[in-house]
Design a binder for this molecule. Sequence first.
Ligand code: SAM
Length: 188
Amino acid sequence: MELLEAKEILGQEFSFIADFLIEVVLSLDIKEDSHILDVGTGSGRMAITLALNGFNVITGEPEDDFSEYAKLDWLESAKKVNVEELIVFKPFRAEELPFENEIFDVIFLFGALHHVDGRELAIQECYRVSKQNGIICIIEPTPKMIKIIRKTTPTHPEEEDPRNYIGELPLSVEIIKNYFFHAYIFKK
Ligand SMILES: C[S@@+](CC[C@H](N)C(=O)[O-])C[C@H]1O[C@@H](n2cnc3c(N)ncnc32)[C@H](O)[C@@H]1O
């Protein structure tokens, strides 16, 4: 399905972010058969964007997250744009990923890091499960975006700069910025 059609079907919440997510995904030059992990499913915008670009993706969030950020209708949205078969859901915590070492080519955390309690551990886990030369792409809202989110969700946490949580891990970083989001692209 064309992105324009998907944006019309999925509405404002998806179309608002889709162009930036696609810009980031295209910049990574991901190979067709790549193993891709999406940490923090939420409403599925990251996983659906990847699937609309033809990628298979494993996505997950903690089984015991009963906050307003989890257990959303991502599957219903994926079905609306015919990409549900490309997305596999598996419950997990970022701090304890249920995967072997070095199996993913690209890992995404879109709007998720600031919701994770053990951020340093989560990034260590992403490092462990990514292949040599793998990419960990962490997309965080800007303070301007947080202000907007807090109009409807006043308790929403502050954004995080993931560079504060990589510790001694040997990762290079590039940043793609727009007004509302920053994408931190870490390479192993
Ligand atoms: C705002 S949503 C992310 C948006 C989502 N990535 C999207 O594409 O629409 C925040 C997500 O972080 C998840 N989360 C919170 N703590 C987590 C943890 N420890 N490990 C993994 N995911 C976590 C929540 O369950 C939720 O799915």
